[in-house]
Design a protein around this ligand. Sequence first.
Ligand code: CP
Ligand code: NVA
Length: 303
Amino acid sequence: KMKRDFLEVTDLTREEVWRIFDRAKYFKQERSRHRQEEILAGKHLGLLFSKPSTRTRVSFEVAILELGGTPIYLAGQSTQVSRGETIKDTARVLSRYLSGLVVRTFKQEEVKEYGRWFAFPVINALTDTSHPCQALSDYFTILEKKKTFDGLCLTYIGDPNNVCNSLVLMADLLGVSIRISSPPGYPLSPLVRQQMRNPQLLKVSTDPAAFIADADVIYTDTWVSMGSESKEKERIAVFREYQVNENLLSRAKKDFLFMHCLPAHRGQEVTDTVIDGENSVVIDQAENRLHCQKALLEFLHGG
Ligand code: CP
Ligand code: NVA
């Protein structure tokens, strides 16, 4: 039997995503009743993180523990990889200790290399160009709140980054209309666009207000992602008009959802009024990481 990895949204089929949503809903209910399933009993899973994390680390550690497994956190900088040991050797050695790996790093090619050499499932916990676990729980959250994807429109405003890329590919998989407003010179990656099977689902604009009125979901993320801190000043200037604030939202639907993967930079990409407002679901979004990742672990580990 071939092991499965989750390195990109496109590693799952539409049917598999729906099955994971179904199981995530089940895990969420079970947790509220204080019931657990020991799907990972006796298994040790490594979390190899080369960038900071609050949500992804804790939600994966708790998910693994509640499924009966043991998480082992490995800070990238404290491993021999940071001193130049190859991913190939590292992954082959870790295969003798661990049954799974969750990797947060820089280049997408690095998670692919782990997938190539690690004998068991590898999960992408964020790279410079993708964040598939985030997209999985974001669409689960949308479904939970809106009950259906039919006729739904998601508008992403700001930097078309890793989170945006995965939202686009998941929209493509699930048949959701997606709109992106980003500044001139900061377009959606052409590589992501090329991967879309239903490109008619996507519209882009440089006008921050272009897709507000039709949006069922309004999503934004930081203007300065991890690894691009050296460009902070210029980015804050470029993105200023793309702030999600009350003025921008004046023509929005009454029942739109405001979403953000967090951490937020209040006063930059979003104002306090919006992120703390009644349309905001950012904390539910973060909670759902836990339930969706349990369902993902069950799926990949053949539970
Ligand atoms: N949304 C998200 O991935 O958050 P962390 O960086 O805290 O893991
Ligand atoms: N785009 C952000 C997401 C953090 C969860 C980053 O890569 O830093």
